[in-house]
Design a protein around this ligand. Structure first.
Ligand code: SAM
Ligand code: CA
Length: 247
């Protein structure tokens, strides 16, 4: 498992770095990516939010800097304007999205926890991006159900990033497939789930990893079998599956 590089880096602390969430076998390679192409290009406000988030006891939940850079590139490439995020935490992926969108771009952002969002909010405000964000505190599902019932939101989203309760991803997908445009993208995050998708079920695993593992496995099967989307599973961060709606 661990290469010599990993062991060495573990000792000097870099392995422990917050946002270190990579499935690459070599930590040295991951560090190379961060130091060569991510950190030197990271906007100042994102660096600030990353450093603030690093002090949070749940810092493991944050989107990593390389994934933030990827999301930003993706949003620009598809010219997204109307977007949604389920699972905000302190707002690193939200800030990446807000920065990448045009000035009249929008993000409907949902999280059951407003306190964590408020950690990042002053940084988002300082960067002049708060006007793009419509934050709703509470579970995402009732909001989605309301939008489906309403009718006028069908096929209106260019990009949706899902990074919340993994046991609900399949239920989110049933709704999001109607809300995203034909040609639009949904990104489901953590679809390689700490690499546990290929770990034997009796192998030692953290409790939360074990709990959500079966839901992630089911989701991956369901997405692969869904003819309404084209998919691409990328080993960025903890795995992100991009789904492009085709019908
Ligand atoms: N995208 C975030 C970032 O860049 O830092 C990380 C999100 S974190 C992995 C997951 C978030 O989902 C948590 O902040 C949690 O409060 C939120 N969450 C959990 N269940 C939820 C639900 N039912 N509806 C909305 N958000 C939920
Ligand atoms: Ca995530």
């Amino acid at each position: 498992m661990a290469t010599n590089g990993e062991t060495k880096e573990g000792q000097d602390g870099r392995h422990q770095e917050v946002g270190h969430k990579s499935l690459l076998q070599s930590d040295a390679l991951y560090q190379y990516i961060l130091e060569t192409s991510v950190y030197p290009r990271e906007p100042e406000c994102m660096k600030e939010l990353r450093e603030v988030t690093a002090k949070h006891p749940w810092n493991i939940m944050t989107t990593s800097a390389d994934e933030g850079q990827f999301l930003s590139m993706l949003i620009k490439l598809i010219n997204a304007k109307n977007t949604m995020e389920i699972g905000v935490f302190t707002g690193y992926s939200l800030l990446a999205t807000a920065l990448a969108l045009p000035d009249d771009g929008k993000i409907l952002a949902m999280d059951i926890n407003r306190e964590n969002y408020e950690i990042g909010l002053p940084i988002i405000e300082k960067a002049g991006l708060a006007h793009k964000i419509d934050f709703r505190e509470g579970p995402a599902m009732p909001v989605l159900d309301q939008m489906i019932e309403d009718g006028k939101y069908h096929g209106t989203y260019d990009f949706i990033f899902v990074d919340a309760d993994k046991d609900n991803y399949i239920n989110y997908h049933k709704r999001l497939i109607d809300l995203v445009k034909v040609g639009g993208l949904i990104g489901y995050d953590n679809t390689l789930w700490n690499g546990s998708v290929v770990t034997p079920p009796d192998a030692p695993m953290r409790k939360y990893v074990r709990y959500y593992r079966d839901f992630v496995l089911e989701l991956n099967k369901a997405l692969a079998a869904d003819a309404r989307i084209e998919i691409c599973m990328l080993p960025v961060g903890d795995g992100i599956t991009l789904c492009r709606r085709v019908s």
